[in-house]
Ligand binder design. Structure first.
Ligand code: PMP
Length: 424
């Protein structure tokens, strides 16, 4: 097994199988004989991951991944996770295998929280919670925690599919009302803030800061006119893509799987005075107090997902923080929108320019659906994958989150120009 010490954990699996050619192992690649696992233990304890220098950019993985989420993660983060996967920092265990109440995970979650606090300058007035159930669960958790009972009004700006879903779910637990809707305009714009018909009696005003499907993003936020001054934002698809003044929000929530980690963990940042008044029917897992009182460790949390988020936060801090990250995101989005706008109507982005998303860039081809299919198929062959628009709107969508390298966007715009030249 000498060779095993110089291989990646993946190729180790092959070695184990080769060393134990039992019929069951051959038939089922997932079933490894237990004895073989013991034999390769030494090698596993000292994994030699591919060195970071051998894979310097996401493109070196063979593709640029434009998926809307789960989405591309920084290669350096994946490599660090790979290096620590089998033996987490000398513990002899993976972080997936150890108690969430042990010292290793305790340190990991605390570091993740403090790095996130540093990144977003989260004030002491706000809790940071690591939750489960996706942002979709927050659609119910928000009214359950903020409204004393289902008769309490709440205002929703419906600017796309996600805020529409949030509104519909909130109707079950509050007297939710639409304060502005972009439906007639096919969700290509945001309201002038004066046009939001806010109910002064509403308990909160809810917005989706970036509509992942429609590509509409707030550049500033409306002032809540309700008495408690509560603005709630679903930031799932632009979380940690730029600085945000957290003090303006009562609740920010975000599924991790776009900008900050894998799916499985949802982050909520909740003003402390809003914790502890949940409706009596609120399930214990949806009550912010449960998680605030227990430092997000009431039950078994999604340990691995939280750990990866922690690595991403470290990476974002190392890049110079969110102001730097925003500059990179603006540059990437800029060259893509410029290409669309300079195409003479060949490519069309329907979103009003002032609210175009830096994260999700939807566009169509004026030549129609068949050309869009051809565009996506050819791009895929060129290693630019997951460009298909959401099934509800069609077209093309390039999601260019923090971890999408500039080279990926440059490759896409070069391809777009070439495609146009070849298919005038
Ligand atoms: N809100 C937004 C803005 C989203 O993009 C998504 C997922 N794409 C959701 C909510 C739902 O998130 P989850 O799948 O984590 O429940």
């Amino acid at each position: 097994m000498a060779a095993a010490t110089t291989t990646t954990p993946n190729s180790l699996l092959l070695h184990r199988r080769a060393a134990n050619p039992s019929p069951s192992a051959a038939a089922s690649p997932l079933l490894l004989p237990t004895r073989a696992a013991r034999i390769s233990c030494t090698a596993v304890a000292t994994p030699t991951p591919s060195s970071p220098s051998s894979l310097s950019a996401a493109g070196d993985r063979g593709v640029y991944n434009f998926a809307a989420g789960p989405a591309t993660l920084p290669l350096s983060v994946l490599q660090k996770a790979q290096a620590e996967l089998v033996d987490y920092r000398g513990s002899g265990m993976s972080i997936m295998e150890m108690s969430h109440r042990g010292k290793e995970f305790d340190a990991a979650i605390k570091k993740a929280e403090s790095d996130l606090r540093a990144l977003l300058a989260v004030p002491d007035t706000h809790e940071v919670l690591f939750l489960q159930g996706g942002a979709t669960t927050q659609f119910a958790a928000v009214p359950l925690n903020l409204c004393a009972d289902p008769s309490v009004p709440a205002d929703f700006v419906v600017s796309g599919s996600w805020s529409d879903k949030a509104f519909k779910e909130a109707k079950k637990f509050s007297a939710a009302a639409v304060a502005w809707s972009g439906k007639e305009g096919k969700y290509t714009a945001l309201p002038r803030f004066d046009d939001i018909k806010q109910n002064p009696e509403a308990r909160f005003l809810h917005i989706c800061s970036n509509e992942t499907i429609h590509g509409v993003e707030y550049k500033d936020y409306p002032e809540p006119k309700n008495k408690s001054g509560i603005l709630v934002a679903d930031m799932s698809s632009n979380f940690c893509s730029k600085p945000v003044d957290v003090s303006r929000f009562g609740v920010i929530y975000a599924g991790a799987q776009k900008n900050v980690g894998p799916s499985g963990v949802t982050i909520a940042i909740v003003r402390k005075d809003l914790v502890g008044d949940a409706q009596p029917i609120t399930p214990v897992m949806l009550d912010y107090k449960t998680h605030a009182d227990n430092a997000s460790l009431y039950n078994t949390p999604p340990c691995f997902a939280i750990y990866i988020c922690g690595l991403v936060f470290e990476d974002l801090l190392a890049q110079g923080g969110l102001a730097e990250v925003e500059k990179k995101n603006a540059h990437k989005a800029g060259i893509l929108y410029d290409t669309i706008d300079a195409s003479g109507g060949y490519y069309i982005c329907p979103v009003e320019k002032s609210v175009r998303s830096l994260m999700n860039v939807p566009f169509t081809l004026a030549k129609g659906g068949d050309f869009e299919k051809q565009f996506i198929a050819e791009a895929t062959k060129e290693g630019m994958v997951q460009l298909k628009g959401h099934r509800s709107v069609g077209g093309v969508r390039a999601s260019i989150y923090n971890a999408m390298p500039l080279a990926g966007v440059e490759k896409l715009v070069a391809f777009m120009k070439d495609f146009q030249a070849r298919n005038p």
